[in-house]
Design a protein around this ligand. Structure first.
Ligand code: F6P
Length: 518
């Protein structure tokens, strides 16, 4: 049983934070904060495993930070974190343990789950090496959606400098046949490996795409399904029933959006090789240790998660923009959207009681510098203040002169402009400034630094979700749409619009409901 937790807005610290906000937090001025404190950068930045984070351009001072830490203590963050690492059922609505960290090498000696994890990892990596050595396989197609797509897709793109030459990686997620058709176009069955990735092995999109891929494979003369299809799933029986005999399993204690460390990471392992995948796990594990072992005030995920609470519940900011200044991190915003919004987009506490305060912000973003020429206008001069998170990588993975310096300069300049503003420019040229941002620096984009960055965000989401008193590991909010889609699909085919609301009926008619019925 997960330990019961006091609701955050009923703690003494919450009241103190509200008073602190009214007494100066609301009007906190970053420029002044730097003027009066020469040590602000050092005080509000830190080196964590594999990455550096500068939080100094955020709307907080030492008192804010102390009160936020007091809030975390009162809410039982440390015991909740310990409960997760002890394998307790912190996913209380599904009565499940949450042990994705075990996949990164955590756990006590003799722990049966840790042993199973090690054995599965060894099998998965042996397979990855076998595929890498097989020159006849030139195309790897991952079929999966949500956590069975976003993590592997993001990581393979992010680490392209480390990806094996001679193989292409494709990711098909959408039930929209345009996506699969575009990927299949130009492939040959004999040189293609399909990885059907689905924790449940029942997701509509994935099963539809997997069936179509198998049909294409057979129609194009493919014969050896065992060689050309593998399943990555916690439902190995369903994969076998589907006809896939090459399977890599995982467990119900790995949530979909936390699963790239499991067999779901097979495309990453094929792309990077066993050593690279182990480095990714090791980077994440270094962050796990940091989260578990550092004093509360030095845990970077905690500082970030508490900042998120401060912004959401006191400043009232409802969104956060992710600005990776590295084109290889182009899928990171989408990955973080699922991680944070599916985890913390909840409006009831763990007992199912409605919450009177905001939870997950909206996350969004594009790589820099592209975003600068699109929506940064709103970030600098719009009516809403949106905290921005810059991610910069010191060493480029290319040798083109001048580009990287310009890229880094732009990232730093944007953070500077958001804060400094140009408040005396007048009228349309006025920049109010005082707009907060966080700045992450990775020395290089490597499997280890990416692993650490992702685990940092997992634990940050854990922190804010824990303070908010929600179950960050369920996702009941995705169910209703799935059920209704089944009903609507039947009605679209039959033309039966009886009992539907006017808009749904009108849209079905407009979309040609019943056209296919004889
Ligand atoms: O519909 C949401 C969801 O359940 C996600 O949580 C999950 O990552 C995704 O669907 C895919 O699920 P599966 O891996 O079971 O196909």
């Amino acid at each position: 049983m997960a330990p019961s937790r006091i609701r955050c807005d009923r703690t003494a610290a919450w009241g103190q934070l509200a008073r602190h906000f009214d007494a100066g937090g609301r009007t906190f001025d970053l420029r002044r904060a730097f003027d009066v404190d020469a040590g602000r950068f050092e005080a509000f930045s830190q080196q964590a495993p594999h990455l550096f984070a500068d939080l100094s351009k955020n709307l907080l001072d030492a008192d804010t930070q102390a009160l936020l830490l007091a809030l975390a203590r009162e809410c039982g963050l440390e015991s909740h974190r310990a409960a997760m690492f002890a394998g307790e059922a912190v996913n209380s609505t599904e009565n499940r343990a949450v042990k994705h960290w075990l996949l990164r090498g955590g756990g006590q000696p003799g722990d049966a789950d840790a042993e199973a994890t090690r054995a599965t990892l060894a099998a998965m990596l042996a397979y990855a090496e076998q595929v890498r050595a097989d020159a006849a396989i030139t195309d790897v197609v991952n079929i999966g959606i949500g956590g069975s797509d976003l993590g592997p897709q993001m990581a393979v793109a992010a680490l392209h400098a480390h990806v094996i030459a001679g193989k292409r990686f494709h990711f098909v997620s959408n039930v929209d046949g345009h996506e699969l058709a575009a990927v299949l176009h130009g492939l040959r069955p004999e040189s293609t490996l399909f990885l059907v990735a689905s924790k449940t092995f029942s997701t509509l999109e994935t099963m539809t795409n997997a069936r179509s891929a198998r049909r294409w494979f057979e129609e194009k003369g493919g014969s050896d399904t065992a060689r050309h299809f593998a399943a990555l799933t916690s439902n190995v029986e369903a994969a076998r029933a589907f006809g896939i005999t090459t399977t890599f399993g995982f467990w119900d204690w790995v949530g979909g959006r936390y699963s790239l460390w499991s067999a779901i990471g097979q495309p990453i392992a094929i792309a990077l090789g066993a050593a690279g995948f182990r480095e990714l796990l090791a980077g994440a594990q270094a962050m796990d240790r940091h989260f578990a072992e550092q004093p509360l005030e030095q845990k970077l995920p905690v500082r970030l998660g508490l900042l998120d609470v401060w912004y959401r519940n006191f400043h009232g900011f409802s969104s956060r923009s992710i600005a990776p200044y590295h084109s290889a991190l182009r899928r990171l915003p989408a990955y973080l959207q699922q991680l944070e919004m599916e985890s913390n987009g909840k409006s009831v506490d763990t007992d199912g009681q409605p919450l009177p305060y905001g939870t997950s912000p909206v996350l969004w973003g594009e790589p820099g510098t592209n975003g600068q020429h699109a929506y940064f206008q709103m970030l600098h001069q719009g009516t809403d203040r949106v905290p921005v998170e810059f991610i910069a990588v010191r060493e480029p993975a290319h040798e083109l002169p001048a580009h990287h310096e310009l890229l880094l300069a732009n990232a730093v300049a944007q953070a500077q402009a958001l804060m400094q503003g140009k408040p005396d420019a007048g009228g349309h040229r006025n920049f109010a400034g005082n707009r907060p941002s966080t700045f992450f620096v990775l020395d290089a984009l490597t499997p280890a630094s990416l692993g650490a960055l992702l685990a940092l965000h997992e634990h940050r989401v854990f922190t804010s979700g824990s303070v908010w008193g929600i179950d960050s590991f369920d996702q009941w909010g995705v169910e209703l749409g799935k059920v209704l889609a089944q009903d609507v699909a039947g009605r679209l085919a039959s033309g039966d619009i009886d009992g539907l609301d006017g808009s749904t009926a009108g849209l079905l008619r407009r979309l040609g409901a019943g056209r296919t019925e004889s």
